[in-house]
Design a protein around this ligand. Structure first.
Ligand code: NAD
Ligand code: VAH
Length: 311
């Protein structure tokens, strides 16, 4: 059985659907710190900081594999750095502890381009480069990556992970990150509302559409281990955008749409991240190939958000 932690968030909502359709609902246990889940899923409340409870859930449900998504994202991370340290770093260390102790099969951990920092070069950034993140989110994520790599080498544990860029999706809104503006802006346009963007119009960051992100998770998870040259830090991505380029793309569908720019504390976070990333190692080792370019992403978002709004 597969356990998903943080399964009720932006990625978890869709990844659990995906895993359930692939392996069957009896094979997937969704967990999160939230007390209840909606829909027809096997769900248990689980705080990833609680090692005893994690052990109990894993033993009682014959868990063999874990997709560990629970985290505090970058923007909330700066508001509560100590909580972020505890959930992101201690929570992930707890996963390593149970995988080792109970000899589990595989652990998947998503990382982020938030591991890069202000002194990292900005363009076509590879996995190995200057890595000095300036946010608690980035510090915890790079530490979690490095621990995973260490335990893989030291104990032979199968820990796999990739660095996502900002993810664009319509099923469950992002709420706690720095790249969220992209989803927010499209939602406002579809609702016929003006949008106030918390980043400057020329802030460039890499992004990817959720269907490509889900494929990336599954493809890396299923890849023969002998093909992998890295453990927890494969870069993935699709295109880079700015608030201004997104605004122009949305105006093709909503010519009356208006955006104003009022940068807040999230501007500093975004300024420390790369403009574009090099994901050739994921292409080479496990055939990563995103299907959605920027135009196709916006088209699909508009279509699906319109449908959702009508319903
Ligand atoms: P999210 O904030 O939407 O979801 C995270 C979930 O974790 C939430 O449902 C939350 O309730 C849960 N959670 C928080 N504290 C917890 C705790 N103590 N115990 C158990 N659950 C807890 O985030 P997401 O976008 O779904 O991100 C999932 C993972 O992907 C994170 O590790 C994040 O760093 C990574 N990631 C996301 C993006 C993105 O753009 N969405 C990009 C890069 C990396
Ligand atoms: C955030 N969406 O903004 C996440 C992600 C690459 C960005 O880690 O915090």
């Amino acid at each position: 059985t597969i356990l998903i932690t943080g399964g009720l968030g932006q990625i978890g909502t869709e990844l659990s659907e995906h895993l359930i359709s692939k392996y069957g609902s009896e094979k997937v246990l969704v967990s999160d710190i939230k007390s209840e889940a909606s829909g027809d899923i096997r769900y248990t409340r689980l705080d990833v900081a609680d090692l005893d409870k994690i052990m109990k859930v894993i033993k009682e449900n014959d868990i063999t594999d874990i997709f560990h998504l629970a985290a505090i994202l970058s923007a909330t991370g700066e508001k509560d750095p100590f909580l972020t340290f505890n959930v992101n770093l201690m929570g992930t260390q707890n996963m390593y502890t149970v995988v080792k102790k109970l000899n589990l099969n595989k652990l998947f951990i998503p990382s982020t381009i938030g591991v890069y920092g202000p002194t990292t070069p900005k363009d076509m950034v590879p996995e190995d480069t200057v890595i000095r993140p300036a946010t608690m989110y980035g510090i915890t994520k790079i530490s979690a990556e490095m621990l995973g790599e260490y335990y893989s080498k030291k104990f032979g544990m199968d820990v796999r992970g990739l660095r996502f860029p900002g993810l664009i999706s319509y099923k469950f809104p992002p709420t706690a990150g720095t790249t969220d503006y992209a989803v927010d802006m499209i939602i406002h346009a579809v609702k016929g509302e003006d949008y106030t963007c918390y980043l400057k119009q020329d802030t460039e960051m890499p992004m990817m559409y959720m269907p490509d992100a889900l494929d990336a998770v599954i493809d890396l998870y299923e890849a023969p281990r002998s093909n992998l040259t890295r453990s927890t830090d494969y870069n993935v991505g699709s295109y880079s955008i700015t608030p201004a380029s997104l605004y122009e793309e949305i105006k093709k569908y909503y010519p009356e749409f208006r955006v104003e720019y009022k940068p807040d504390y999230r501007q500093d976070i975004a300024d420390g991240w790369p403009h574009s990333i090099d994901f050739t190692k994921a292409q080479r080792d496990w055939n990563f190939k995103p299907k959605y370019d920027f135009q196709r992403t916006v088209k699909d978002m508009v279509l699906n958000l319109k449908r959702k709004l009508k319903a």
